[in-house]
Structures are given as structure tokens and as C-alpha cells.
Write a protein that binds this ligand. Sequence first.
Ligand SMILES: CC(C)(COP(=O)(O)OP(=O)(O)OC[C@H]1O[C@@H](n2cnc3c(N)ncnc32)[C@H](O)[C@@H]1OP(=O)(O)O)[C@@H](O)C(=O)NCCC(=O)NCCS
Length: 152
Amino acid sequence: MTEPQWHPSEDGINFHTRKWVKPEDLNANGTLFGGSLLRWIDEEAAIYAIIQLGNYRVVTKLISEINFEASALQGDLIEMGLTATHFGRTSLTMRAVVRNMITRKRILTIERLVFVSVDEDGHPKPHGYTDITFDRDRMPHEHPAAGSISLA
Ligand SMILES: CC(C)(COP(=O)(O)OP(=O)(O)OC[C@H]1O[C@@H](n2cnc3c(N)ncnc32)[C@H](O)[C@@H]1OP(=O)(O)O)[C@@H](O)C(=O)NCCC(=O)NCCS
């Protein structure tokens, strides 16, 4: 039997984060609870937005239609990937894909996750970026709790 095509990246998306589905992640049907998955994706998108926009103050503005295509069972390994699809003035739009590494099925896609860069008062703040960085050159120079960071 031929193995289905399975690449570590898909549509320009690299799958950086993996999760092991545990009992606390299940719904009453014994499959992966959608709410757990959305929490993981929202956190993944926040981290991606912080790295892309150079501001740790980013908030979720919009999550578009979510199409759950397949599920996962306890013990399955899932992987999540995101890519930026649009840099606005204060916002970043991303596309997300989640796959089941065991069944090799796509669990979901989200076409648009919009995050907004905000200032200390929670108002939209221009980020000044227009394209994706694959480096860590935009890491914030401020710490969420401790203020400014002195870099070595
Ligand atoms: C995010 C927030 C600061 C934006 O405030 P706002 O008054 O809508 O600000 P603006 O109208 O200036 O829009 C800011 C950006 O969001 C985008 N935006 C606003 N509404 C949008 C929507 N419905 N869909 C997609 N993008 C949207 C705008 O296009 C703009 O992007 P740009 O600057 O790149 O062009 C405000 O809505 C907010 O605080 N929301 C709550 C966020 C939050 O708490 N999230 C966690 C959920 S519990």
C-alpha cells in the first residue's frame, strides 16, 4: 500500500508546534474537544503575531469560519502551522492549518485569524511591517512584566 503524501510543510506553512492529545483534551464523545484546539491555535497565533509585529501587546480581533474536517483521539499527535497572509497598518492576518500526524488527516483550516497590535492603553498601534520575517529580528525589547530588557 502506498503511503499518502505527507510533507513537513504545506502551502508555505511550517508546522512548528505539536501537541499530544491527553484525556483532559477530550469531549464527551471521546474525541478532541474543539475548545482545546482553539485555545492552542489562539496561543500559537499570538506567539506568531508577537514575533512578526515586534510587540508583545497583540490581541485577537477576528477568527473566521472554522472547518473541522477530521478529529483526533487520545494519544494522537497533532501539529499546528500558521502563515501570515496580510500585513495591515495595525493588524496581521494569518491562515492556520492543523493536522493529525498519526492518521495523516487535516483536522482543520482557518482562512483568517486577525490580530491587532495595540499600545499600553489597548488602542491599535501601527507596527510598520509589510512582510514575513523568518528570523528573530523583531523580538520585542520590552518584557510584559518587567519593562525594558537589557540585551547582552
Ligand atoms: C482590537 C481592537 C483594539 C481594535 O479596535 P478597533 O476600534 O476595531 O480599531 P480599528 O477600527 O482601528 O481597527 C484596527 C485594525 O483591526 C482591523 N479590523 C477591525 N475590525 C475588523 C474585523 N471585523 N475583521 C478584520 N479586521 C478588522 C482593522 O482593519 C484595522 O487593521 P489595519 O490597521 O491593519 O487596517 C478592539 O476591537 C479590541 O480591543 N477588541 C477586543 C480584543 C480582545 O480582547 N481580544 C481577545 C478576545 S477575548
